[in-house]
Ligand binder design. Structure first.
Ligand SMILES: [Zn+2]
Length: 205
């Protein structure tokens, strides 16, 4: 019986995507370096440079009303775009390391280009431009899909912890057409439309 359990645990370790809660500082730093390498041609094409600070000892804060302050932040001064990633986001039990890189891409989307992008367009930048540049290779669509779903689940955990949220957890199978106003589902719909080459969802304004 003990051997069976050990084998099951070993199989789970192989088949489950690595959860960020399990990721070490060194693994996270490596993923951040890959992010910087992958996106640097794009940021240079904007006439800007990039600085990413991994704040491994920083925790994240629940914002009343929903949201997570300090998970990942961005600002720009003098053509230098500075992003931060808090270790608390990486350690969150439902986070994944790929999700943390999604968060960096989203933050970069806000201010990296010629004009400020809002929440939905920043997600679209992450899915359509940033993550393909960072990861590339085979299985890219699946990897971005998993990161998008993890992001949706993480956001849902924060809005529901922060107060009443009238919609169910976002799902790859559902559509925000069925629930106008569900912006978390809309973000996932946007990711899906870009990954699968579908029409722009109606909620994406
Ligand atoms: Zn944002």
């Amino acid at each position: 019986m003990k051997e069976t359990l050990t084998l099951a645990a070993a199989l789970l370790a192989v088949y489950l995507p690595a959860h960020a809660g399990d990721s070490t500082e060194a693994e996270t730093a490596q993923a951040v370096e890959q992010f910087e390498r992958g996106i640097s041609p794009w940021i240079e094409a904007q006439g800007k440079s990039l600085q990413v600070n991994l704040l491994w000892n920083s925790e994240i804060e629940q914002v009343p009303g929903g949201g997570a302050a300090g998970s990942a932040t961005s600002w720009e001064a003098g053509g230098v775009v500075t992003l931060t990633l808090a270790g608390g986001l990486v350690r969150h039990p439902i986070a994944t390391l790929d999700m943390a890189i999604f968060a960096l891409c989203h933050e970069l989307g806000h201010i990296g280009g010629p004009k400020y992008l809002g929440e939905m367009d920043a997600d679209a930048f992450a899915v359509g431009t940033c993550l393909p540049s960072v990861w590339g290779g085979t299985g890219l669509g699946r990897r971005i899909k998993e990161a998008s779903i993890a992001t949706a689940r993480y956001r849902y955990a924060f809005v529901t912890a922060g107060g009443h949220w009238p919609y169910p957890e976002p799902s790859w199978e559902r559509s925000s057409n069925d629930a106008p106003g569900d912006r978390l589902q809309c973000n996932l719909d946007i990711a899906k439309s870009l990954i699968l080459g579908l029409a722009r969802p109606g909620c994406w304004k």
